[in-house]
Design a protein around this ligand. Structure first.
Ligand code: PLP
Length: 397
């Protein structure tokens, strides 16, 4: 009998009793809206902004409704105008091109390398040829590209870098937190990211004008004075009447969920990484599977695992089916139609015809992805790895 894995890939850990207690208090108070405070009280969302800015090491932080919303705000608050070109790595998740589209930008997709990171030569070439003044850099699936090279390209062409840190909350590059290289960083606290508040987004920046515009745009009704990590009021005086309200505030219950998990984030990063490493160690024993070598500068968060079996793409449906029968839920970015989160740049038809990116299509044609929830232990990850190695081998011989 072949071993079968039996846990679900979508099960997150329970919320702690202390947080449940805190949310109970908020519910009993009836003051769920962040601006609904009594004399002398600071809202949970305000406290979160102060704590997250301190944790991330940025001057300003805005709590908002989702990571995708934070990305939209990032472009609007840094001055994107209708029709502006936005460089973006072609391997990303659907909310990223969606945010560019919603903010009025035109994506210019950049090729990726074998290890899923953005190709910096293609980035330099397209920065030159497109004249784009924005880069939406997704640290997709937690893979951080060479940030010194990317920063130099942005500097040379006066490009505003926005970092999509949905998969790198808690990660660093050369000792600097992911998110602190660009002008703005956007984080998600949606259930499958590194902090689980169901839905939620965090926007960080060191630029006072960008912060002020984002706060007003998020729907602050001139109550920006009560924010937890905001610039001083003179900055708001300059921008408040020319920044539209595009409601996307965070409520106090979600803020309590995030605050309650922030203290444990660094420990969870280690827990993710020991699981990731058990999986990667096992899968890397197969000569028939490519896994990414993580650069020394990168301190990653292994909350998902990518690998590329060296099989013809037409064998992948069988591989997925065989692994699925043994309880291993693999997502594949090579299918003609996206399934779950596996869409590719050529799936986003609303953007119109895009130039062909042969390298990205080639890499994604064999890219497999699995989630690594903390409800798995290291033995689980070893077993998953063994099943993958086994089933790839079965298709080879
Ligand atoms: C989840 C995700 C987002 C958006 O986050 P939401 O909070 O779901 O809007 C953006 N980029 C990437 C790469 C993501 O995985």
């Amino acid at each position: 009998m072949k071993p079968v894995f039996e846990k679900p890939f979508t099960q997150q850990e329970a919320i702690s009793e202390a947080v449940i207690e805190r949310i109970g208090d908020i519910l009993r108070s009836g003051r769920l809206h962040r601006y609904n405070v009594v004399e002398g009280e600071e809202a949970e969302a305000t406290l979160l902004e102060r704590e997250y800015a301190a944790w991330q090491g940025t001057k300003y932080c805005l709590a908002c409704t989702s990571g995708g919303y934070a990305l939209q705000l990032a472009m609007r608050a840094t001055g994107l105008q209708q029709g502006d070109a936005v460089l973006a790595n072609a391997y990303t998740l659907a909310p990223v091109p969606g945010a560019i589209h919603a903010a009025g930008g035109q994506p210019v997709f950049v090729e990726i390398n074998d290890d899923w990171r953005i190709n910096t030569d293609d980035l330099a070439a397209k920065a030159e040829s497109s004249g784009a003044k924005f880069l939406m850099l997704s640290h997709m699936r937690g893979h951080i590209a060479d940030m010194e090279t990317i920063s130099a390209i942005c500097q040379k062409h006066s490009i505003t870098m926005i970092e999509d840190c949905a998969h790198t909350m808690g990660a660093t590059w050369n000792g600097i937190r992911s998110g602190n290289f660009g002008t703005v960083a956007a984080f998600s606290t949606q259930t499958y990211k590194h902090i689980n508040s169901g839905e939620g987004g965090l926007f960080t920046t060191d630029d006072p004008y960008v912060a002020a515009r984002a706060i007003v745009m998020s729907g602050s009704y001139m109550l920006y004075g009560s924010h937890g990590a905001a610039p001083n009021t003179e900055i708001f005086d300059e921008i408040k009447l020319v920044s539209p309200n595009m409601s996307g505030r965070m409520d106090n219950m979600r803020a309590a969920l995030i605050r309650g998990q922030l203290a444990g984030l660094d420990e969870n990063v280690s827990r993710w990484n020991s699981r990731y490493q058990a999986l990667e160690r096992t899968v890397a024993t197969s000569p028939k599977i490519f896994t990414a070598k993580r650069p020394q500068q990168e301190h990653y968060v292994g909350s998902s695992f990518q690998f590329r079996p060296k099989l013809a793409p037409d064998l992948f449906p069988t591989l997925l089916e065989n692994c699925g029968k043994r309880g291993v839920d693999i997502k594949w970015f090579g299918a003609a139609e996206p399934k779950a989160f596996t869409s590719r740049y050529d799936s986003w038809k609303y953007l119109g015809e895009q130039p062909r990116l042969p390298k990205t299509l080639d890499v994604l044609s064999t890219t497999c992805d699995i989630r690594v929830p903390l409800t798995f232990n290291e033995d689980d990850c070893t077993l998953i790895g063994e099943i993958i190695v086994d089933e790839v081998k079965a298709l080879y011989t």
